[in-house]
Design a binder for this molecule. Structure first.
Ligand code: GDP
Length: 334
C-alpha cells in the first residue's frame, strides 16, 4: 500500500508546483508512483495546477468503475472499505481509494483514510489510498476530489472507491462522481431512517445495513425496504437492501455483485450517458460557482460589492439591481 506522510506531502506539493503540471500527466500515465503522490498534493494545494493536469490527462484517461460509499460516522464504512479492498485484491484488481473527510476540528477520531489504511498491507502496490478534505460541509466535495479520482484512474487503478460521511446536502457530491452510491446504515446509528426520510433516499442506489450481527439489523432492513417500495417505479432500478457484517467481511461479495448489477442496468437501459451528462453538468456548475465566488472575493469586485451594499442600504438600489450590476462586472471579467 502507498502511504505518504503529511510532511512529505507538503514537500511533494511544493516540488510539483515548482515543476508545473505539464510533465506530470505522462509520468502518471506511465505508472510513476512518486508523480501520483506529488501531483495529488499539488492539485489539492493549487486549483490551477489541478486544472492544467486535468486538461493534460482527460483525453488519455479511461474512466474506471467508481463506487461511492457513504453513511454516518461509525456505521462501518472504513471497515467495509477494507473488506472490499481485500476482496478486490483477491481478484487481482488494483484499487484506488479516496476518503473525503469533513475536516471538522471537532471530529476528534482518526480520519477516514487512516482507518482504512490501518488494515491494508503496507507493501501492496495495488492499493493507493488518499484522504482529501471536504469543503467543510457534510457531503460536499472539494474541487480536488474529482481531480484525485482522475489521477488514480490515469495511474491504472481498476476500480475507485470513494468514501464520504454524507451526501445530498450540496450541489456537488458523491453521487456526482460515482457510478453507484451505497448508503451504509447500522442498527446503532439510529439516524438512518430519518436521513432517508429527509431525502437522501433518492440518491443511493444500494442500501447496506451493516452490523448484521447486532440486534435490530433485520428490523432496520425491513423498515428501509418498506420505505423504498412505494417509490420504486416499474422499469427503474430496484434498489437492493443488503445486510452486511463488514467486520467479518460478510456481504462484501454481495455488495460487489449489486454494484456490477447496477452498472449493467444503467448501461443496458441506455442511461449511462444521461447519468454522466447530469453528473458532468453538476460538476461544471460547481466549477463555475467556485470561480464566481473567488472573483467576488478579490478586489476590485469585493470593493464594488461593498459599495453596492452601501447603496442598497441608502435606498438607492434594491438588492436585485445591485446583483445585476455585479453580474455584469463579473461577465466582463470572464
Ligand atoms: P465509519 O466511521 O463508518 O468508517 O465506521 P468504522 O468502519 O470505523 O466502524 C465503526 C465501529 O464499528 C468500529 O468499532 C468497527 O469495528 C465496528 N464495526 C464495523 N463493522 C461491524 C460489523 O459488521 N459488526 C459489528 N458488530 N461492528 C462493526
Amino acid at each position: 500500500m502507498q502511504r505518504p506522510n503529511p510532511r512529505a506531502l507538503n514537500k511533494a506539493a511544493a516540488v510539483a508546483l515548482n515543476e508545473g503540471a505539464g510533465g506530470y500527466a505522462g509520468r502518471i500515465l506511465a505508472g510513476e508512483l512518486r508523480a501520483v503522490a506529488r501531483a495529488i498534493s499539488a492539485l489539492e494545494a493549487d486549483p490551477s495546477f489541478g486544472r492544467e493536469l486535468s486538461s493534460a490527462l482527460w483525453r488519455s484517461t479511461q474512466r474506471k468503475p467508481r463506487l461511492g460509499i457513504t453513511g454516518s460516522p461509525g456505521v462501518g464504512k472504513s471497515t467495509l472499505t477494507n473488506a472490499l479492498i481485500a476482496l478486490l485484491r483477491g481478484k487481482g484488481l488494483r484499487v484506488g481509494v479516496v476518503a473525503v473527510d469533513p475536516s471538522s476540528p471537532f471530529s476528534g477520531g482518526a480520519v477516514l483514510g487512516d482507518r482504512v489504511r490501518m488494515a491494508v498491507a503496507e507493501d501492496d502496490p495495488g492499493v493507493y489510498i488518499r484522504s482529501v478534505g471536504s469543503r467543510g460541509s457534510l457531503g460536499g466535495l472539494s474541487s480536488a476530489t474529482s481531480g484525485i479520482v482522475q489521477v488514480l484512474e490515469a495511474f491504472g487503478m481498476d476500480i475507485v472507491l470513494i468514501e464520504t460521511v454524507g451526501m445530498g446536502q450540496t450541489g456537488f457530491d458523491i453521487a456526482d462522481i460515482s457510478d453507484t452510491v451505497v448508503l451504509v446504515l447500522s442498527p446503532e446509528s439510529g439516524d438512518g431512517v430519518q436521513a432517508m426520510k429527509a431525502g437522501v433516499m433518492e440518491i443511493a442506489d444500494i442500501y447496506a445495513v451493516n452490523k448484521a450481527d447486532r440486534p435490530g439489523a433485520g428490523a432496520l432492513a425491513a423498515e428501509i425496504s418498506a420505505l423504498l417500495s412505494p417509490v420504486e417505479k416499474p422499469g427503474e432500478w430496484q434498489r437492493p437492501v443488503l445486510k452486511l457484517c463488514a467486520k467479518q467481511s460478510e456481504g462484501a461479495e454481495d455488495l460487489l455483485a449489486a454494484f456490477n448489477a447496477h452498472r449493467e442496468f444503467v448501461s443496458e437501459f441506455g442511461r449511462t450517458e444521461e447519468r454522466r451528462r447530469h453528473q458532468t453538468a453538476n460538476e461544471i456548475k460547481f466549477i463555475v460557482e467556485g470561480r464566481v465566488k473567488s472573483i467576488l472575493e478579490r478586489s476590485p469586485q469585493r470593493d464594488e460589492l461593498l459599495a453596492l451594499a452601501r447603496r442598497v442600504i441608502a435606498g438607492e438600489l434594491d438588492a436585485n439591481e445591485a446583483a445585476d450590476r455585479l453580474l455584469e462586472r463579473i461577465a466582463a471579467q470572464i
